[in-house]
Design a protein around this ligand. Structure first.
Ligand SMILES: [Zn+2]
Length: 75
């Protein structure tokens, strides 16, 4: 009878422990933070402003911050 009580206590503690660590429903364990991921910055060849590589406009091997600077070319 004593073992039944011990077992039920362990079961309750285990259930509580499981429910407490419920929040992280991660999938695959490779969830990235919502904050902007690190991105390579490119310097505008015309004005020198740094823009993320994904947003930069490219021409002749140079990165530009906007279409106007892309058309004007390197300073
Ligand atoms: Zn620019």
């Amino acid at each position: 009878m004593k073992y039944l009580i011990v077992l039920s206590v362990i079961a309750v503690v285990y259930a509580l422990w499981r429910s407490q660590r419920q929040p992280p429903p991660r999938q695959g364990g490779q969830q990235r933070p919502r904050i902007a991921p690190p991105q390579d910055m490119v310097q505008c060849a015309h004005c020198g402003v740094h823009v993320p590589q994904g947003e930069a406009l490219w021409a002749g091997g140079h990165g530009y911050c906007c279409r106007a600077h892309q058309e004007q070319g390197p300073a």
